[in-house]
Design a protein around this ligand. Sequence first.
Ligand SMILES: NC(=O)c1ccc[n+]([C@@H]2O[C@H](COP(=O)([O-])OP(=O)(O)OC[C@H]3O[C@@H](n4cnc5c(N)ncnc54)[C@H](O)[C@@H]3O)[C@@H](O)[C@H]2O)c1
Length: 253
Amino acid sequence: MSKQRVLITAGATGIGREIARAFVESGASVFVCDINRIALANIAEEIPGVLTGHCDMSSRSHIERMVPEAAAALGGIDVLVNNAGIAGPTAPTDEVDPDDWDAVLQVNLTGTFNTTRLAIPHLKTAGRGAIITLSSMAGRFGYRNRSPYCASKWALIGFTKTLALELGAFNITANAILPGAVQGERLDKVYAGRAALSGKSIEEVRREALASQSIKQLVDPRDIAALAVFLASDAAKSISGQALPIDNDRQQA
Ligand SMILES: NC(=O)c1ccc[n+]([C@@H]2O[C@H](COP(=O)([O-])OP(=O)(O)OC[C@H]3O[C@@H](n4cnc5c(N)ncnc54)[C@H](O)[C@@H]3O)[C@@H](O)[C@H]2O)c1
């Protein structure tokens, strides 16, 4: 493949930043959008060559501005990484604030739809492409006290499978990556939320979480990035419509 042009949503920190780094290292041109302007400035400095743009993924008008901006900056789009996803509340469903429900669905599902619908024409023009969407182990299992997040991550699997059917004829693959418990700040917050709700210590919560994995480790975000680069490569041209866990063989959420 010639130099890939990659758009990554909400990628200025965390897993998205590792994905950006891996694509740049593979020789791709990368555009990262994010809501956090400071994080955007930091990633532009940290990963030379990365193009950046401000976007609130809960805003349709922001996305309608951002995707054309990314396509213009990159000279087209071959690869879309739908990385944006907020964790949302930790509470039993009957205590979830409906506004919090809306906020999670708006970013995780509707934001992904709005980005994807606008990126598809660019991928079709490229004649070959890949759409990679970050779901979660919460898109594979029920996830106690995280119903908005869980519902959004299952929805992204249906979205991915539908994209695969619609876009296969255009040499565009669509796959979902389902990370388990990933090293980083976000998981620290999830464990803290769970501990607060259950009255257990954070260490206890962490031990319990790893008990349901064959490999007793957190997932290295660089491994997720390597999987994304592979899924966008020519070697993965026959893989589409798949939901790929990368979770140390987790048996439950
Ligand atoms: N970290 C994990 O353990 C884990 C596990 C499974 C799946 N995932 C999924 O992987 C993806 C990335 O997760 P992460 O942990 O790196 O995320 P994160 O919480 O570290 O956030 C990544 C970025 O999203 C940006 N962001 C937040 N709200 C935004 C908005 N409205 N518009 C634009 N940008 C916004 C933040 O500024 C941040 O730079 C998400 O879809 C997440 O659900 C993460």
